[in-house]
Design a protein around this ligand. Structure first.
Ligand SMILES: *Cc1c(COP(=O)(O)O)cnc(C)c1O
Length: 560
């Protein structure tokens, strides 16, 4: 029973009295120290048991009811900490996808935002969020080479929200009537086979339909084949369609492939002129990879941060592609990814802020670009109405890390990944690195039966569909084994790395396991342990796979 005599005690004070301040600090302290007690640096999970059987959610639904009277906050905190038991945690062995730890500056930025709980819908309601948002839009615009006097943007619901808004812009650029009369049915969008599924979803949600999404082949480094893009755009035009949107992924979520934005820009510009159409809107899906633009002004020859040679070479190669980000009409920085802030802190940027006018509900409404007078900042072009002040967290992280802090962190990630690749090739040669052309923070590795490297043939298209499918199954066994033991070390995997042609004229994607360097706590010195662990799991995989295939053969003998 909560014997709160005064319901105000559940709120921060309005006068700053010390009693309530200390009470709140104690409660925050209870959470922070409670999590600390659950930590185990040798595991990828927090301590504590959770039995998540097949009936787990069903039982929760059956038993969860709102209490008639409230509980003391200390008890509620204990319940909250209970939720965190056996939660994945970003120790040195957390090596799965782009799921970062929220940094202290990121968390503090959120707390600052929550203390006033402004609504970023309008600057009068959320002045702190609006101020921080204008600042971070300018900071990131400047970093990538957008003109800060012209660019615009806002924080939104993820990299997916950015892709969706890019598509809305593209539709409204292509058709003056789409907003009122609906979307014309001859509009087409393009992205590579390695792109995130966000665009697929956006096509459905805008009513264009996913049949109007044309997938472009990728090169071996998972980047978009610009020639294939050109041909497919020409086909669309020849059939009476209009290409309106190209999503160029600059940092694919699996292989860290980077589409050549400069080539996409030049090709689409030329194509548009030839055919007398508008150049399609180009959105750089830089949600993940855009952060490597922090190296845009790094002195690679002087190397003031003493970045190890292979990592430096890798960073230089990545930066060489990221420097073209400013060719895109819009792009995104998912700060909840490499920006080190909590969910959801995605920043959508547009090169010409005035483009946002196309999405404004009422043409008389003043978009904020160029009209930043107080009380003028209202975002009627966002799909959200109320918006959290997540820009405050972004602002906090940008100030605390600075360009150099991000460079140090990313360089560490790349150094760990370089060391991992070296050790893996040396210690476990049967695990073939299949994104070897893509340096960065991700390694994809794939097993072949008896350790026979079939990758070159796969890429050359000389293997059959069935052979590749069967090797995919071998890799799936490793996925299962790594998944079963993910409490120890948490790896990722993908079933969509690189579509390859087959001898029998089909196309199939390769399965691969994934190491994603994402925890600041993973050091180069941890790599040996990680590789030894993988080695034992891979041995187990071969043993299990051989048992399985033997069983299948027996089965065939009996039934055929
Ligand atoms: C994560 C990611 C997305 C989706 O972003 P959300 O923030 O999860 O909505 C889209 N594209 C790429 C390349 C990504 O890495």
């Amino acid at each position: 029973m909560n014997n709160i005599s005064d319901i105000r005690l559940l709120f921060p004070s309005d006068d700053g009295n010390l009693t309530q301040q200390n009470h709140m600090m104690d409660l925050i302290g209870q959470i922070v120290s409670g999590v600390d007690e659950l930590k185990d640096p040798e595991s990828a999970f927090l301590k504590g048991d959770k039995e998540r059987g097949p009936l787990f959610y069903k039982e929760l639904a059956e038993t969860s009811r709102i209490p008639a009277s409230g509980s003391p906050m200390e008890d509620v905190n204990k319940e909250l900490l209970g939720l965190l038991h056996a939660h994945p945690y970003h120790t040195k062995y957390f090596l799965t996808n782009i799921l970062p730890m929220a940094s202290i500056p990121g968390v503090l930025g959120m707390i600052a935002a929550f203390m006033v709980n402004g609504n970023n819908l309008w600057d009068v309601y959320g002045p702190a969020g609006a101020e921080a948002e204008v600042k971070v839009v300018a900071m990131m615009s400047d970093l990538i080479g957008y003109d800060t006097a012209l660019s615009g943007g806002y924080t939104t619901w993820g990299g997916q929200g950015a892709i969706f808004t890019g598509l809305r812009l593209a539709i409204n650029k292509a058709s003056a009537t789409a907003g009122k009369s609906g979307v014309p049915q001859n509009l087409y969008a393009f992205c590579s086979e390695a792109a995130h599924y966000s665009l697929y979803k956006s096509m459905e949600a805008t009513g264009l339909g996913s049949n109007h999404l044309i997938k472009i082949r990728t090169n071996e480094d998972s980047s978009m084949d610009v020639l294939d893009l050109k041909e497919k755009m020409e086909q669309v035009i020849a059939n009476g369609g209009i290409p309106i949107y190209v999503v160029a992924t600059t940092g694919t979520t699996d292989a860290m492939g980077i589409d050549p934005l400069d080539e996409v820009f030049n090709m689409t510009e030329r194509l548009a002129q030839e055919h007398g159409i508008k150049r399609p809107h180009i959105h750089a899906d830089s949600a993940l990879g855009g952060f490597f633009a922090f190296f845009n002004n790094y002195d690679f020859s002087g190397n003031p941060l003493n970045i190890q040679y292979e990592a430096l070479t890798a960073l230089k190669a990545i930066q060489g592609k990221m420097k073209h980000l400013n060719k895109a009409d819009s792009l995104c920085f998912d700060f909840q990814k490499l920006g080190q802030t909590p969910y959801s802190t995605s920043l959508f940027l547009v090169k010409n802020g005035s483009d946002l006018k196309l999405l404004d509900l009422d043409p008389d409404e003043t978009p904020y670009v160029g009209h930043r007078g107080y009380g003028q900042y209202h975002t009627s072009y966002t799909l959200e109405c109320s918006r959290m002040g997540s820009s405050i967290s972004i602002y906090s992280a940008l100030l605390a890390f600075g360009i150099e802090g991000y460079q140090r962190l990313l360089a560490q990630f790349v150094e760990v990944n370089v060391a991992f690749r070296e050790a893996l090739q040396r210690e476990v040669p049967e695990a073939v690195i299949v994104n070897h052309l893509n340096p960065g923070i991700i390694t994809l590795f794939r097993l072949y039966p008896e350790g026979k490297n079939g990758y070159a043939e796969e890429y050359a298209g000389t293997r059959s569909y069935e052979e590749i499918e069967s090797d995919n199954r071998l890799n799936e066994v490793l996925f299962e084994i790594l998944g079963r033991d993910r409490k120890e070390m948490f790896f990722g995997d993908t079933k969509k790395h690189l579509y390859v042609p087959t001898r029998d004229h089909k196309r199939i994607a390769l399965y691969a396991s994934k190491l994603f360097v994402i925890s600041p706590h993973t050091q180069v010195s941890d790599v040996g342990q990680i590789v030894q662990y993988l080695k034992s799991k891979i041995e187990e995989t071969y043993a299990e796979y051989n048992r399985m295939t033997k069983r299948e053969h027996k089965h065939e003998e009996i039934y055929t």
